[in-house]
Design a binder for this molecule. Structure first.
Ligand code: PBG
Length: 326
C-alpha cells in the first residue's frame, strides 16, 4: 500500500453502477403496503391536513386508487374505516355492511390480485375511542374485547380480506382470531400481528385521519412502553405461539433496534410500520425546504429494510414506487 493513495474503501463507491452492484439492501414496491382511509359517502377525496398527499376516500374512489397502486407494483393496501356512527362496543367494525367490509368487497371485485389487509381494531368504531370494551371504571376489558375482535376478523375475511392484521394490543387476540377464522372456514387466511406496537406520539396524524383519538386517557395500559425491547420479544413470542404468520414492529424510526432484535430472534416474515407522524415530520420539513423530501424518504425506507424488515407499511408507498420505476 505504501506510496499509493489509500482509497481502498472508496473504489466501489466511485460510480452509481459500482454502488448499485455492491448495495446490500434494495427497496422494492412489492414489499410496500399502502394504508387507505375509507369514509362513507360518494365522490369523497378529503386530504388529511397533517398528512399532505394522503386522502380519506369513499368506496367509489377505490377502484381508481387500486389501479394506481397496482400499476406501481405495490403489494397491497391496508384498510382503515371511518364508520357512519360509533357506539360503546364498536359494532361498525364487525357489521357485515361496515365500511371496511364494503371497501374490501369493492376492491376484491375490481382488483382481485391486489392484496387486501384488514386492520382489526375497535378504536375507529367506539364512541370512547379506545381499542376495546370498557369496564365501568374505564379500564379496557381484555377478554370481553377478544370476542369483538374475532368477529371483526371474520367479517373482514367474509368480505374478502387476504390478510388479517390485529392492531389492538389485547393479550390473546391472535389465538382468539385464529380460532374464529378457522371455525368460520378461513383457515387459509394469514394473520399479520402488530406484535410490538408501542404507545407512541407518532400516531397523532393517524388519529386525525381515522378520527380515533381516545376521548379520555391514552393507550399506555395496552400498547407497549417505549423503553422496552426485551418485552417486545416476549410479545412476539406469544403472538408467534398463538399462530401469527407475520410479525410487525410499529412505529419504525424510533424502534429500529426492535426491528433488528426481532429479525435476529424470529424467522417469521417481519413487517415495520412507517407511521403517520413519521410521514408528517418528513413532509413538514420538506415543505419548508429544510430537507430534500424524496432523498430523505428513500433513506428512511432503506434504513427500515436494512434494520431487518421484509415488508414496509408506508404512506410513502406510491411516491417511493414512482422513484423506483426504471
Ligand atoms: C389502530 C391503529 C393505529 C394506527 C394503526 N392502527 C392508531 C392507534 O393505535 O392509536 C397508527 C398508524 C399510524 O400512525 O400511521 N389502533
Amino acid at each position: 500500500m505504501k506510496g499509493f493513495p489509500d482509497v481502498r474503501m472508496r473504489r466501489l463507491r466511485r460510480t452509481r453502477e459500482l454502488r448499485a452492484l455492491v448495495a446490500e439492501t434494495a427497496l422494492d414496491p412489492g414489499d410496500f403496503i399502502y394504508p387507505l382511509f375509507v369514509v362513507p359517502g360518494a365522490g369523497i377525496r378529503n386530504e388529511v391536513p397533517s398528512m399532505p398527499g394522503v386522502f380519506q376516500l369513499s368506496v367509489d374512489q377505490l377502484p381508481r386508487e387500486a389501479d394506481e397502486v397496482q400499476g406501481l407494483g405495490i403489494a397491497g393496501v391496508l384498510l382503515f374505516g371511518l364508520p357512519e356512527s360509533k357506539d360503546e362496543s364498536g359494532s361498525g367494525a364487525y357489521d357485515a355492511e361496515g365500511i371496511v367490509q364494503q371497501a374490501l368487497r369493492c376492491l376484491k371485485q375490481h382488483a382481485p390480485d391486489l392484496l387486501t389487509v384488514g386492520d382489526v381494531c375497535l378504536c375507529e368504531y367506539t364512541s370512547h375511542g379506545h381499542c376495546g370494551r370498557l369496564d365501568d371504571d374505564g379500564y379496557v376489558n381484555n377478554d370481553r374485547t377478544l370476542d369483538l375482535l374475532a368477529r371483526t376478523a371474520v367479517a373482514q375475511a367474509q368480505a374478502g380480506a387476504d390478510i388479517i392484521a390485529p392492531s389492538d394490543m389485547m393479550d390473546g387476540r391472535v389465538a382468539a382470531i385464529r380460532s374464529a377464522l378457522d371455525t368460520a372456514g378461513f383457515e387459509r387466511v394469514p394473520i399479520m400481528s402488530y406484535a410490538a406496537k408501542y404507545a407512541s406520539g407518532f400516531y397523532g396524524p393517524f388519529r386525525e385521519a381515522a378520527d380515533s383519538a381516545p376521548a379520555f386517557g391514552d393507550r399506555r395500559q395496552y400498547q407497549m412502553d417505549t423503553p422496552n425491547v426485551r418485552e417486545a420479544l416476549r410479545e412476539m413470542e406469544l403472538d408467534a405461539g398463538e399462530g401469527a404468520d407475520i410479525l410487525m414492529v410499529k412505529p419504525a424510526l424510533a424502534y429500529m433496534d426492535v426491528i433488528r432484535a426481532a429479525r435476529e430472534t424470529f424467522c417469521h416474515p417481519l413487517a415495520a410500520y412507517n407511521v403517520s407522524g413519521e410521514y408528517a415530520m418528513l413532509k413538514a420539513a420538506a415543505r419548508n425546504g429544510w430537507i430534500d423530501g424524496d432523498r430523505v424518504m428513500m433513506e428512511i425506507l432503506t434504513g427500515i429494510k436494512r434494520a431487518g424488515a421484509d415488508i414496509v407499511i408506508t404512506y410513502h408507498a406510491k411516491e417511493a414506487s414512482r422513484l423506483l420505476k426504471p
